[in-house]
Design a protein around this ligand. Sequence first.
Ligand code: AP5
Length: 227
Amino acid sequence: MDGTDTATPPVLILLGPPGAGKGTQARMLEGKFGYVQLSTGDLLRAAVAAGTDAGRAAEAVMKAGDLVSDQIVIDILRDRLSEADCAKGVILDGFPRTDVQATALDGLLQETGQKIDAAISLDVDDAAMVERVAGRYTCGSCGEGYHDTFKTPATSGVCDKCGGTEMKRRADDNAETVGDRLKAYHAQTAPLISYYDAKGALKRIDAMGPIDQIGIDLSALVQQSTN
Ligand code: AP5
């Protein structure tokens, strides 16, 4: 390192359809590397629960499995990115999801002098996603994610991470809405794979194997991309 070193906090993007494992792996990366997981889905669900204007506008759209308006999501993301903890680096989980959001992200990063270290596509078969999403639940206290079959806590009903006993399921995690969310992904978000490929930032990972193995592969990719 010399006096000209200009390292800025890493920015990683996880791309993938509902159920690809973005949230599961983002939480793993947060624990391992100390970067902050920024899930626009979680931020929107918090806005719905708090009854803010943005939350009221987003609620019905999310229940239907459609995308919330770009302006609402960009505003929420911009506010969250400006918080102090994001100086550690961020993992964007579920953002950007449209070309308008991708362009807005480029603009935000230009303002802070940051760059995208990697946009990682979690490659999966759509056919397996309904089972993954329909079996998902999370700890109501700390947000740790579980699955009825693929990731169960050591003691049934008790969170491995924080000991919480209140487990929650999402309103949009049903087979019908997952179909609509998959359609929205392919129509509006999958084109971003080419967008980031053209920028030289795209990495791909096979996300159909066991959760732990994907975590190992992804960690190696993140290590490589941020060095
Ligand atoms: P969001 O909350 O982002 O949901 P999503 O993209 O549909 O993704 P999911 O959370 O369903 O899946 P995931 O990839 O995180 O999978 P997970 O790790 O949980 O968005 C919800 C809604 O908010 C959108 O529909 C939209 O309305 C709105 N929204 C959000 N962001 C927006 C934006 N930028 N613009 C506009 N609107 C926006 O894993 C799923 C399950 O599978 C878990 O139970 C897990 O344990 C299990 N699992 C994970 N990996 C594996 C594996 N390898 N093998 C077996 N099981 C696995």
